[in-house]
Design a protein around this ligand. Structure first.
Ligand SMILES: *Cc1c(COP(=O)(O)O)cnc(C)c1O
Length: 409
C-alpha cells in the first residue's frame, strides 16, 4: 500500500461528512452534479492574510492567474491582491474588468503581435522575454501612439534549490540572460518606452523555506547588480514566487513568517540603486491550491485479481495532476478521502481510477481508505490550482464538470 498526501489544514481533522464552506460534499454534489470542483474562498482569504502578516509592509502580492483562472475566483481574489499576472492575451482580457491595466503584468514566451498590441493599448506591463520581443513591442507602441510599459524578465544566473520546476541558471526560453539585460534596459529607455523594472522568477513549487529565503536574497542582489550595470533604477522588482504547498506524504508547508522576516532584513540593507523600487511577489498555487476540492462519485466497485478498484465518474480529464501526469517524475498520491467518512478507520485497500479508457487515469494508487461503495463521493484535495484548466478536458468527450466558488461573500 502507498501513502496518501496530507489533507490541507482547512479540511484535515474533520469527522463524518466532509464540510466545504459550510455544506457537505454530498450537498455540493446534489446541487451541482458530479464531478464538481468546489473552491472554498475562505482558504484564499486566509492565505492572503498570512502573506500580509508575514511580509514587510509595502511588498506587493500578485496573483498568478494561470493557477486558476475561474472567473468568479479571480473576481473575488482581485480586490485582496495588488496585481494580477497573466500569461496570455486571453487571460488578460478575462481579468481586465477586475483590475486596471496598470496592475496587470503579462509574462510568457511567444507573445504574438496582436497580444502585445492588446497589452500595450490596455496599459498592461509586458515582461519581455527576449530582445526580439522588446523590439516588436516598441514598434507596435510607436504605431499605436502609446508608450509601452516594459519590464525585462531576467533569466537569472541562479536557481531556486529544491524547486519542483527549475527556471533559472541555464539556457531558457524564459527571460533574457542576466548578462544581456543591462544593454536591453538601456535600449528600452532610449526608445521612449516606459521602463517598469525587472521580473525575476527562479522556480516554482518549492517547499524548502531556507532555499526560498536564499533565492529571494540572491534575487534582490541580482536586481541591484543589473540596476547598477544598466545605470537606471528599476521602479518595480517582481521577485517571482515559488512558494509551494504540500501535495505528498512527507511534504511540509513553507514557513512564510520566516521568509517575511528574512526579506525584511534583505530589503533593509538593499543597494541604494533599489531604494525607491517597489517589490512584488507573485503566487499562484500557494494562494488557491488548497482551497479546491474535486468531488467525484463512485460509479463501480470492482475486484480484479485480488485488487479492488473504485471507479469514479471523474478522472484525469479534469484533474490531471492527481493522476501524476502533470510535471511529476514519480507518481505519488494526492490527498484523497471518502467524503462521507472523514476521520473513520481506514481498512479498505483500493485504487481510485477515473472513467477514462487509459491506464494513466488513476487518481489514487493502492491506498487504504474507509470502505466506499457505489454512490459514495470521493474527495481529491489540492484541486484549486492547475486543475481543470491544466487538464485535457476534451479527451474522450466527457462533459465538463461544474465549478463553484463558495464562501466569497
Ligand atoms: C506559473 C507562474 C507563476 C505561478 O507559479 P505557482 O507555482 O503557481 O506559484 C508565477 N510566476 C510565473 C512567471 C509563472 O509562470
Amino acid at each position: 500500500m502507498k501513502p496518501i498526501g496530507p489533507i490541507p489544514p482547512a479540511f484535515a481533522g474533520q469527522h463524518g461528512a466532509l464540510a466545504i464552506a459550510g455544506r457537505t460534499a454530498d450537498e455540493w454534489v446534489a446541487a451541482h452534479g458530479s464531478p464538481v470542483f468546489v473552491y472554498d474562498f475562505g482558504v484564499v482569504r486566509a492565505q492572503v492574510e498570512r502573506f500580509r502578516a508575514a511580509m514587510p509592509a509595502g511588498v506587493r502580492l500578485h496573483y498568478a492567474v494561470k493557477a486558476n483562472p475561474y472567473a468568479p475566483l479571480v473576481r473575488a481574489t482581485a480586490p485582496l491582491v495588488d496585481g494580477l499576472d497573466v500569461a496570455s492575451a486571453g487571460e488578460m482580457a478575462a481579468v481586465l474588468d477586475s483590475k486596471p491595466g496598470s496592475a496587470i503584468s503579462f509574462a510568457g514566451p511567444g507573445k504574438r503581435d496582436d497580444e502585445l498590441e492588446a497589452a500595450i493599448c490596455a496599459g498592461v506591463t509586458l515582461n519581455v522575454e527576449s530582445e526580439g520581443e522588446a523590439r516588436r513591442a516598441i514598434a507596435i507602441g510607436e504605431r499605436a501612439g502609446v508608450a509601452p510599459r516594459l519590464a525585462v524578465r531576467v533569466n537569472p544566473d541562479l536557481e531556486l534549490r529544491g524547486s519542483g520546476m527549475k527556471m533559472g541558471g541555464r539556457a531558457s526560453p524564459f527571460g533574457v540572460d542576466a548578462e544581456r539585460v543591462p544593454a536591453l534596459v538601456r535600449a528600452i529607455i532610449a526608445s521612449g518606452a516606459e521602463w517598469r523594472g525587472f521580473h525575476i522568477f527562479a522556480g516554482s513549487q518549492a517547499l524548502d523555506t531556507d532555499a526560498l529565503i536564499e533565492t529571494q536574497a540572491a534575487t534582490v542582489a541580482l536586481a541591484a547588480r543589473l540596476a547598477v550595470e544598466s545605470g537606471h533604477a528599476p521602479p518595480m522588482i517582481n521577485l517571482g514566487g515559488g512558494f509551494g504547498i504540500p501535495h505528498f506524504a512527507g511534504d511540509r508547508a513553507v514557513e512564510v513568517a520566516r521568509i517575511g522576516a528574512a526579506l525584511t532584513r534583505t530589503l533593509a540593507t538593499r543597494d541604494a540603486m533599489l531604494a525607491d523600487a517597489t517589490f512584488a511577489i507573485e503566487l499562484g498555487r500557494w494562494l488557491v491550491g488548497e482551497a479546491g476540492v474535486y468531488l467525484t462519485r463512485v460509479v463501480d466497485r470492482k475486484e480484479s485479481r485480488g485488487e479492488t478498484f473504485l471507479v469514479v465518474d471523474g478522472g484525469l480529464h479534469h484533474q490531471l495532476a492527481a493522476s501524476g501526469n502533470f510535471g511529476t517524475v514519480v507518481r505519488r498520491n494526492y490527498p484523497v478521502a471518502i467524503a462521507g467518512r472523514m476521520g473513520e478507520a481506514a481498512d479498505d485497500a483500493v485504487s481510485v481510477v477515473g472513467c477514462l479508457c487509459t491506464p494513466l487515469d488513476r487518481l489514487a494508487d493502492r491506498v487504504v481508505l474507509p470502505r466506499a461503495d457505489v454512490g459514495d463521493v470521493v474527495a481529491i484535495f489540492i484541486a484549486g490550482a492547475y486543475g481543470l484548466t491544466a487538464s485535457p478536458s476534451a479527451f474522450l468527450g466527457h462533459p465538463m464538470p461544474a465549478q463553484v466558488l463558495a464562501g466569497a461573500s
